[in-house]
Design a protein around this ligand. Structure first.
Ligand code: ATP
Length: 280
């Protein structure tokens, strides 16, 4: 482990077993993340990105190796690691304000007064531009607004590490761009340590300090890590013409589509047709 690491994943292996079938998903995952760093995890579908995130969150226990956050080993979920999923996980019967208050009350009941907690909820909702919809129910707001509330709820817990599992994956392109900009602005202010899963190469380059590229499973591991040395704040329009941005983009695309090209297994029909073609 590197002494500067705030979050350290060392020697993580993960195998799922069902009956006699054993599925080795991750092998030798080592990653040190500095405090305040924004890391993206990218890789083909099914390679094990969510499994890595769930191990860091403490929702899954690694078969070997472990995770240390700020000097403490991760053994279970905790408020020091807040998760935001692609599909918001707001409680439908609570308003926007109550959804965030639930997490804030749980985290700060012993350390903040009721008035302080209420102010803190409002502050975080205002930070994601949701101060105008405090009393609406999740069913009464858009998908992008729900994600904002999910992000406010996670930030309000003041986690040591923010874990984002495709947080913008279900949004339309415009809302997605807007929310990415907002997350960049907030991260610029708060300097959160973030680990984000994404399938979107532009999103990874725009938001990250480093992009961790995973090999294909089974037994996936870290294939390469790309440092994104673009100064902040970053402007998506200016960067679209920037040669460095396009170089980074190309590096990730080439990793995914050349070095780690996903070969889908042939269906039975396709196999039969291929063998007929070969014997013809
Ligand atoms: N709880 C579980 N039990 C058994 N197998 C699991 C479990 N969770 C994940 N897997 C398997 O582990 C592998 C990796 O899954 P994971 O969801 O981590 O991949 P991913 O890279 O996040 O995929 P995607 O990009 O499609 O979300 C898959 O083969 C999946 O079926």
């Amino acid at each position: 482990m590197n002494d500067n690491a705030y979050l350290s994943i060392s020697g993580v292996d993960m195998t799922f077993a069902k009956g006699r079938t054993v599925n080795p998903v991750l092998r030798h995952i080592h990653l040190d993340v500095r405090r305040g760093e924004f890391i993206s995890l990218i890789g083909h579908s099914g390679c094990g990105k969510s499994t890595v995130l769930n191990i860091v969150a403490g929702l899954l226990k690694a078969s070997a190796g472990g995770v240390i956050v700020d000097g403490r080993e991760v053994n279970e979920p905790g408020p020091d690691r807040a998760l935001v999923f692609q599909n918001h996980s707001l409680l439908p019967w609570l308003t926007v304000q109550q959804n965030v208050a639930l997490a804030v009350d749980k985290t700060f009941r012993g350390s903040k007064s009721a008035a302080e907690r209420r102010d803190w909820v409002l502050h975080n909702l205002e930070m994601v531009s949701m101060g105008h919809a405090l009393h609406r129910l999740p069913a009464e707001i858009s998908g992008g607004m729900k994600q904002r509330v999910g992000i406010a709820r996670a930030l309000a817990m003041q986690p040591k590490v923010l874990l984002l599992d495709e947080p913008f994956g279900a949004l339309d392109a415009l809302t997605r761009a807007h929310l990415q900009d907002e997350v960049m602005r907030i991260q610029g202010e708060l300097r959160n340590t973030v680990m984000m899963i994404t399938h979107d190469v532009d999103e990874a380059v725009l938001l990250s300090d480093r992009i961790v590229m995973m090999t294909n499973g089974p037994a996936a591991t870290i294939g390469d890590i790309l440092d994104i040395e673009l100064e902040r704040p970053r402007d998506r329009l200016a960067l679209s013409d920037d040669a460095r941005y396009n170089h980074y983009r190309h590096e990730v695309l080439s990793f995914l589509h050349e070095k780690q090209r996903k070969v889908e297994p042939l269906s039975r029909g396709a196999k039969a047709r291929a063998s007929e073609a070969l014997s013809a």
